[in-house]
Design a protein around this ligand. Structure first.
Ligand code: HEM
Length: 434
């Protein structure tokens, strides 16, 4: 154990504590924190990990530069690969990360300002999704793929300045490549913590090679999109939407080329998809699960929408302040599935949107509620994500009552953990409210 390593559960050689983590690591870590304290040490394979389970300690540490570094250790994205680790927004560190984080934050902010092009873009996707759900004609339907496509299209619009028709082969190619690369990130992560996986199971080696090929394919795809965009912004009058690619090229012409090169752009684009799609669409799926488990809450949300705004027009960002109960569900409820420390919450195991409202029914953000993390590396898409969650969830509940098909059950206990915790697949009946 390194010097000053905090106490923690005993592990086994090479594997450390990974096997005891089981399929629901957050629950196991909560158990360990009760036994070993708020700050405990464990081993992810041979890698020492310090787990911090206290909000104030976390806030202090994450505000420091020393906690903003990232490991560039990767078995898939090696230094000589077309898409090495250590680039982009998530895996970069030091000055490269600072420059690009600043650029990404200001570009996303600009997209949400003025005419609010970002809001219109999200609403277009919400309306498309609601139309698709209407067309299910109350037949049991698994909303996951449709929802993921809609959320991916928001990111496409932000990056490329345009959405794709779902039937466009480019869109299918993009979503397939992103999904495959997400799977590779998970495998990469596993191989880092259990390095000998690389040596014996043939299937893992094959997947790694396949992963490298996929990364090359994704890089090529992004480069094609960048080249297309360059041509169209030279030949057509630019629509005025300051999309990410356009802003990037502008920044590149102002600064030194090597900081804003194509490889770094490809990395950032991939990270915007990787960080902005599965997180958001999964949170919306969780909202559906909780609405099914808590039909009274669903009715209360629908009543608030009917009374304060009316069910027959699309809800916009401006309606947020009139719908605090609805927003308490969108923002707080689903993301706060399993708060770790009881210390900050009464009945932490209960889905309770009221904990995000004060006595005057105003939305509050309690200490200890950090679904987007805090400090230097906190989520840079938080404002976008919150807008998406409100517009998607509130409009879904405005348009539909959600029900389980006869004989089916659904529980928030049925989930699997990967990069994010996702509910197991389910089907619902979407009954139109008007
Ligand atoms: C419900 C939705 C979302 C949740 C819960 C979420 C959560 C998080 C969390 C916890 C982190 C910190 C990870 C770490 O410790 O390294 C993070 C980072 C990040 N998120 Fe999000 N996120 C969401 C949506 C989005 C969206 C829509 C975008 C796209 C614009 C985005 C882009 C990013 C990026 C680029 C980072 C890395 C920031 C950095 O390392 O400097 N996220 N997110």
């Amino acid at each position: 154990r390194p010097a000053n390593f905090p106490p923690g559960p005993p592990g086994i050689p090479f594997l450390g504590n990974v096997l005891s983590l089981g399929s629901k690591p957050a629950e196991k870590m909560t158990e360990w924190s009760k036994k070993y304290g708020d700050v405990f040490g464990m081993y992810s394979g041979r890698k020492p990990v310090v787990v911090i389970n206290d909000f104030r300690t976390l806030r202090k540490i994450f505000s420091e530069d020393s906690a903003s570094g990232r490991s560039t250790n990767s078995v898939v994205r090696r230094e000589n690969s077309p898409f090495p680790s250590g680039i982009g927004l998530i895996g970069s560190q030091g000055d490269l990360w600072k420059t690009h984080r600043r650029f990404a934050l200001s570009t996303l902010r600009d997209l949400g300002m003025g005419k609010n092009w970002m809001e219109d873009t999200i609403i277009a996707e919400v309306e498309g999704l609601c139309q698709a759900l209407r067309e299910t004609n109350q037949k049991p339907f698994d909303p996951k793929v449709q929802l993921t496509n809609s959320v991916s299209n928001v990111i496409c619009a932000i990056i490329f300045g345009k959405r794709f028709e779902l039937t466009d082969p480019k869109f299918s190619r993009l979503t397939r490549l992103v999904a495959e690369n997400m799977a590779i990130i998970k495998l990469d992560f596993l191989c880092q913590i259990i390095p000998f996986l690389l040596w014996f199971p043939n299937s893992v080696r094959t997947q790694i090679l396949q992963g490298r090929a996929n990364i090359t394919a994704l890089t090529e795809f992004m480069k094609e999109m960048i080249a297309d965009h360059d041509v169209s912004s030279r030949t057509e009058h630019h629509s005025g939407a300051p999309d990410y690619l356009y802003a990037y090229q502008k920044e590149k012409s102002k600064t030194r080329e090597e900081t804003f090169d194509e490889l770094q752009l490809v990395g950032s684009l991939f990270d915007l998809f990787a960080a902005g799609t599965e997180t958001t669409s999964t949170t919306i799926l969780w909202a559906m699960v909780f609405m099914i488990e808590n039909p009274d809450v669903m009715k209360k949300v629908q009543k608030e929408i009917d009374d304060k705004v009316g069910r027959d027009h699309v809800l916009t960002n401006a309606d947020r302040s009139r719908l605090p109960y609805t927003e308490a569900n969108d923002t707080g409820g689903p993301a706060l599935r399993k708060p770790c420390a009881s210390r900050y919450w009464k009945n932490p195991e209960h889905f309770e949107p009221n904990r995000f409202l004060d006595s005057e029914q105003k939305l509050i953000r309690p200490d200890g509620f950090v679904p987007f993390s805090i400090g230097k590396r906190a989520c840079l898409g938080e404002a976008l994500a919150k807008m998406e969650l409100f517009l998607f969830i509130a409009n879904l509940l405005r348009c539909f009552t959600l029900e389980l098909p006869t004989g089916e059950t659904l529980s928030h206990e049925d989930y699997h953990s990967s990069l994010v915790d996702s509910p197991n697949p389910f089907t619902l009946i979407f009954t139109s409210r008007f």
